[in-house]
Design a protein around this ligand. Structure first.
Ligand SMILES: *[C@@H]1O[C@H](CO)[C@@H](O)[C@H](O)[C@H]1NC(C)=O
Ligand SMILES: *[C@@H]1O[C@H](CO)[C@@H](O)[C@H](O)[C@H]1NC(C)=O
Ligand SMILES: *[C@@H]1O[C@H](CO)[C@@H](O)[C@H](O)[C@H]1NC(C)=O
Ligand SMILES: *[C@@H]1O[C@H](CO)[C@@H](O)[C@H](O)[C@H]1NC(C)=O
Ligand SMILES: *[C@@H]1O[C@H](CO)[C@@H](O)[C@H](O)[C@H]1NC(C)=O
Length: 587
């Protein structure tokens, strides 16, 4: 559709609608939904106990430290638990912008989430997450001698909101609860795998979780987050491992803000491609759509991931994300790096340093991490050695051809790394090999004097973790993640400096995990897909008017289960919502 046609469309179709905005407010769904696998699929199971751990209204909290509460665990609900579910339920009193929020226990992040964009008073939603993985922290909470003796056991939540007169009036009210389950759970291992990670291979959660986060989090305006401002800005955090650690996995949480809020749609402009070092770059959002989140240990690269582009509720067309959340928006993915091969460098009882960075980052990213550590209770110290460290430079190809506003750019990146190390503990002398491969492509095309843009991004990652003793393979986890994203937008200027934009989107997250242990092999696959189409009139970043329809389909399958959820929304209303615990609806 060319821009001339659009202007006519605007005059004939939209203008009458805008001038009749005094009419009755159409009924829209106040509940926002995220079609994912229900955590633990605890059909019919009643928790042993449920604790409301934090209750807070976030009114004007920009620049304030997180809200915190002391935790008291009910005596009649002792450790161990088979499963623990975190439930965050939030409502918005009125219109408000979308915000990033997080929940921490003693400085360890357990949930990063975005609020939807509340488009009507009374919008509400619930995020449920299986947090059994953090049982080392939860167990501590359940131990009254620990919390009393150390003055810890503190639950915190941050949600920077502003209802000042220049902003929107909405106040967010949040309840954070923990549900503890005992006894058998009906679910398979499947339930845990919202995003593939090494927990598929390591059945038992870690014994210790060390927060790699801002130690002044209770008081500071950044909470427990570290802020990354550019590609050379690496946030260092000290840590020391117990000398009997036999396994370590780093879990990193991220969100992106400011100039990098829409990093995955950034074009690569000539000025960046041919920049001289230290040049003054006046257009910050033009360095292309490639980012890599990574960690260093004592200055040495220890693995990384291309972040999954979680689309924030105000992005592309806000009416796509009401009342359905974008993939990963309610429970933003965290990224695992298996650091076990590096234990040989870390078991000396000394303090070491983890550095968190984002390649090609612009201001700013908020990161924090948890170091999951397994210890050998039968040893005072274990021995370990790094035997293979292979990190060839990432191959990044950048091309751009622009003439004024129009043109195209492309970034291709390919990388491969491998780490192997042995750990000799009471479990034997076990060698862990970690292999990872990434293939990334970003293509941006702009036409019609900047009016038409086409964004195509794809990321493919393969990971493998293999454990062996001598020549015998004990277990292997192979994970494949693919995340294609396509966005087409057509914009025309409208009255009063606003912009009318039509957009179409396709976004998908494909994950497959193959796990082999001895003779046994299990596979699981997830296909999470959204297709959306619609138009919006935007004033700056605020939606004035618009509509959108979104089709979401979430399918999880493993050897025992198949779960399917299809959710179609249009004009702020749920049109179809079907769930099939057997995928029977698929036929
Ligand atoms: C938590 O407990 C500590 C020590 O008993 C106390 O000083 C602090 O005020 C309490 N915090 C909250 C939010 O109640
Ligand atoms: C929080 O819990 C209280 C009851 O303790 C309830 O009245 C309120 O509606 C809840 N708020 C949300 C957002 O769920
Ligand atoms: C990167 O960010 C850090 C922290 O804000 C700042 O000190 C440094 O000067 C920045 N470097 C560049 C090259 O902009
Ligand atoms: C960079 O350029 C912009 C626009 O030309 C100017 O306003 C700014 O002061 C310059 N910054 C530096 C550090 O030279
Ligand atoms: C463990 O095995 C590796 C090779 O598989 C070997 O190099 C190392 O010396 C062994 N360590 C111990 C303590 O036996």
């Amino acid at each position: 559709m060319n821009s001339q046609y659009l202007s006519i469309f605007f005059l004939l179709v939209l203008l009458p609608m805008l001038t009749h905005s005094e009419g009755p407010v159409p009924s829209i769904s106040l509940e926002h939904l995220d079609p994912t696998l229900p955590p633990a699929a605890l059909a019919g199971q009643i928790p042993k106990c449920s604790v409301l751990v934090l209750q807070q209204e976030f009114t004007d909290t920009t620049g304030s430290p997180p809200a915190s509460a002391n935790y008291t665990h009910p005596r009649e609900c002792p450790f161990p638990w088979t499963r623990v579910i975190l439930e965050l339920s939030v409502s918005a009193s009125d219109l408000q912008r979308d915000r990033i929020a997080a929940v921490w226990i003693d400085g360890s992040e357990i949930l990063r989430t975005t609020t939807p964009l509340p488009m009507a008073p009374g919008a509400f939603w619930t995020v449920r997450k299986d947090v059994s993985r953090y049982s080392a922290i939860l167990r501590r909470l359940g131990d009254p001698s620990y919390t009393a003796a150390r003055g810890r056991g503190i639950i915190s939540m941050m949600l920077e909101n502003s209802d000042s007169p220049t902003h929107l009036p909405g106040v967010y009210s949040a309840n954070v609860s923990l549900h503890f389950y005992r006894g058998s759970t009906t679910t398979t291992a499947a339930a845990a795998a919202a995003h593939p990670n090494t927990r598929s291979l390591y059945h038992e959660p870690a014994d210790i979780i060390l927060p790699i986060s801002n130690p002044t989090g209770y008081l500071g305006s950044n909470g427990f987050w570290f802020r990354i401002d550019n590609e050379t800005h690496i946030q260092p955090a000290p840590f020391a491992l117990p000398m009997n650690a036999y396994r370590a996995v780093l879990e990193i949480f991220v969100s992106y803000h400011g100039d990098d809020q829409f990093w995955y749609t950034n074009p690569l402009r000539n000025s960046y491609l041919h920049r001289s070092p230290g040049a003054n770059l006046s257009t910050p959002r033009a360095n292309g759509g490639f980012r890599q989140l990574y960690a260093n240990i004592d200055g040495q690269f220890a693995g990384g991931h291309i972040p999954f582009p979680v689309i924030y509720p105000r992005s592309i067309n806000p009416f796509f994300w009401s009342p359905v959340a974008a993939i990963g928006a309610f429970d933003m993915p965290s990224y695992d790096l298996d650091l076990t091969p590096f234990l040989g460098l870390l078991l000396d009882g000394r303090t070491h340093e983890i550095g968190l960075g984002v390649r090609d980052a612009q201001a700013y990213w908020l990161v924090s991490a948890n170091l999951h550590v397994w210890v050998d209770l039968w040893s005072d110290a274990v021995r370990a050695g790094l035997v293979h460290y292979y990190v060839p430079p990432l191959k990044v190809n950048r091309n751009a051809e622009w003439r004024n506003l129009d043109g195209q750019s492309e970034i291709n990146a390919e990388g491969l790394w491998q780490f192997t190390g042995w750990v000799s503990s009471s479990r034997g002398n076990i060698t862990t090999a970690v292999r990872q491969k990434i293939k990334f492509k970003s293509q941006i095309e702009v036409q019609n004097r900047g009016a038409v843009t086409q964004v195509e991004v794809n990321n493919k990652e393969r990971m493998m973790v293999e454990m062996s003793r001598g020549h015998q393979t004990l277990g292997r986890a192979q994970m494949l993640v693919e995340a294609p994203l396509q966005v087409q937008t057509t914009s025309v200027s409208a009255a009063g400096g606003s912009v009318f934009r039509k957009a179409r989107l396709f976004h998908q997250l494909l994950e497959s995990v193959v796990l082999s242990e001895g003779q046994a092999m299990t596979t699981s696959t997830l296909t999470d897909r959204q297709d959306a189409e619609g138009s919006a009139l935007m004033r700056g970043e605020e939606p004035v008017w618009g509509s959108g329809s979104t089709r979401s389909s979430y399918k999880y399958r493993d050897d025992n289960t198949c779960y399917l959820r299809a959710l179609n929304t249009a004009g702020g209303v749920i049109m179809i919502d079907t769930t099939s615990p057997s995928c029977a609806a698929e036929a």
